[in-house]
Write a protein that binds this ligand. Structure first.
Ligand code: NAD
Length: 465
């Protein structure tokens, strides 16, 4: 038996013993994770700085604190989420009691990506624990310092019989995926998602797939231009554009394109100064491959103007890609064919909101969609006529900090969701239980079915109530 198989077997023994089921254990482990985040803050911030050039305050706000606040929410709600949920019993089936009982799934696997390597690893693990499971986390090898820090901290703070980190790349993940899990929670790109789902199919293991895609931001003509530009710039360039819910491209009403682009540039300068490379608040691209991929998107052309930034200002040795805004972008340009996942923002003018809706609907369903407008009916039209994992009106990316909003994709941007109660349910089986006394027990339902009895039975079973 290889080491990974031994680990899975150990966690399964723990789960089968009932060790992870008591609420007291779950809460104690969640509190331990909070201690890990508090006491390990410096170690994690250093690792995130090394891997991604993240400013410590950004790391705290978008990763550590987000997980910690969700854990507080879990701790306050766990008892009520885990309680049996009553269900209505139709009159004809009474007397009886119907309940839905959440039960843990077993041993679950959480595969995380590199862009928010702490949040996207520890938050699903926290939900798995809250629901009473044993869990293995697999951080991304592309953020190696953070992967190492999490492996050390999880071993130090969490119950080693029930919570573990396995470090490694495709080879280790393939070995993990050969094991039977009771749920696999994967965050990352769609190609590996297909590998994960195929491996899961062998064991009929359910999966949650948190993927990405090209999330549009639609700018209506009736808009607070400066407010919209500031929020788009924040959402796009935080973490150097390496955010799954970042606005990928802009569809702007052509009548306000010029002033909107001017305000994008002005806000960029306010945030990161004239030389973003010197800003301690602007990060770097995760590795050379992704840096080269972004340069390739710019090299492929298909746009008329580089408003700011561009590859001439990039520095491969520092993996520095400047905030870049492109105008006159052909919808068939390479930069419009794949998720950018970096600090390049194409701006595409459209005649009106209807044209923006058609543009979005001609493509895969995005993970998020943002609409900026002072006109409620225009914003509602966009929400009604497009489909996306989540959406915001007049803001961007911060929807995932609202615990009660389930976070997940639709279509090519993923399946399943988490955060808040939905996170608890994702790692639970909702077992339906019907409990009925043996008396009274009228013979109507049972054979032999004579004519009169059959007529009566039909009438009774059709009755509502
Ligand atoms: P990645 O390269 O880190 O891969 C994700 C995970 O898959 C890693 O743990 C990696 O080790 C593993 N992996 C890689 N190759 C594998 C293989 N052949 N077999 C098995 N496992 C393998 O991350 P990525 O794919 O570059 O992530 C970026 C994507 O993730 C973007 O599309 C982004 O939008 C999406 N994303 C989505 C969310 C979300 O919450 N929906 C969050 C962050 C990122």
């Amino acid at each position: 038996m290889n080491e990974i198989a031994k680990l899975v077997a150990k966690l399964r023994d723990t789960f089968d013993s009932g060790h992870t089921r008591p609420h007291a254990w779950r809460k104690q482990q969640l509190k331990q994770m909070k201690a890990l985040l508090r006491e390990g803050e410096d170690e994690l911030a250093r690792a995130l700085q090394e891997d991604l050039g993240k400013a410590p305050i950004e790391a705290w706000a978008t990763e550590l604190n987000l997980v910690s606040r969700e854990i507080d929410h879990m701790l306050s709600k766990l008892d009520s989420w885990a309680k049996p949920r009553r269900a209505h019993v139709p009159l004809v089936m009474q007397p009886a009691k119907a309940r839905i009982i959440p039960e843990p799934l077993g041993v679950v696997l959480v595969i995380a990506p590199w862009n928010y390597p702490v949040q996207l690893q520890l938050l699903p693990i926290a939900f798995a624990i809250a629901a009473g499971n044993a869990v293995i986390g697999k951080p991304s090898e592309l953020a190696p310092a953070t992967s190492g820090a999490m492996a050390r901290l999880v071993a130090k703070y969490m119950d080693p019989d029930a919570v573990a980190i396995v470090e490694g790349a495709a080879e280790e993940t393939t070995t993990l995926l050969a094991e039977r899990f009771d749920h696999i929670f994967y965050t990352g790109g769609p190609n590996v998602a297909r590998i994960v789902m195929e491996a899961a199919a062998k064991h009929l293991t359910p999966v949650t797939l948190e993927l990405g895609g090209k999330s549009p931001a639609i700018i209506d003509r009736n808009v607070d231009l400066d407010g919209a530009a500031r929020r788009v710039v924040y959402g796009k360039f935080v973490n150097t554009g390496q955010t799954c819910v970042a606005p990928d491209y802009i569809l702007v009403d052509q009548s306000v394109e010029r002033p909107f682009v001017d305000r994008l540039v002005a806000n960029l300068k306010t945030f990161y100064g004239d030389d973003p490379k010197a800003s301690k608040d602007y990060g770097k691209i995760v590795n050379d491959r992704h840096f080269g991929r972004l340069v390739g998107l710019l090299d492929a052309g298909g746009y008329q103007e580089t408003v700011i930034g561009g590859k001439d200002k990039a520095d491969a040795s520092a993996r520095y890609m400047p905030p870049t805004i492109l105008r006159g972008v052909d919808p068939n340009a390479k930069v419009m064919q794949e998720e950018i996942f970096g600090p390049i923002l194409p701006v595409i003018p459209v005649p009106d909101v209807d044209a923006a809706i058609s543009f979005v609907n001609a493509r895969e369903k995005p993970l998020s969609l943002y609409v900026f407008s002072k006109d409620k009916s225009a914003a509602n039209k966009v929400l009604r006529r497009t489909s996306s994992g989540s959406a915001c009106v007049n803001t961007a990316i911060i929807q995932l900090a609202v615990p009660e909003l389930p976070f997940g994709g639709v279509g090519e941007s993923g399946m399943g969701a988490y955060h808040g109660k939905r996170g608890f349910d994702t790692f639970s089986h909702l077992k339906s239980v019907l409990d009925k006394p043996t008396k009274p027990d009228p013979p109507l339902l049972y054979p032999p079915y004579k004519k009169v009895r059959e007529r009566l039975l039909r009438r009774v079973l059709k009755a509502r109530g």
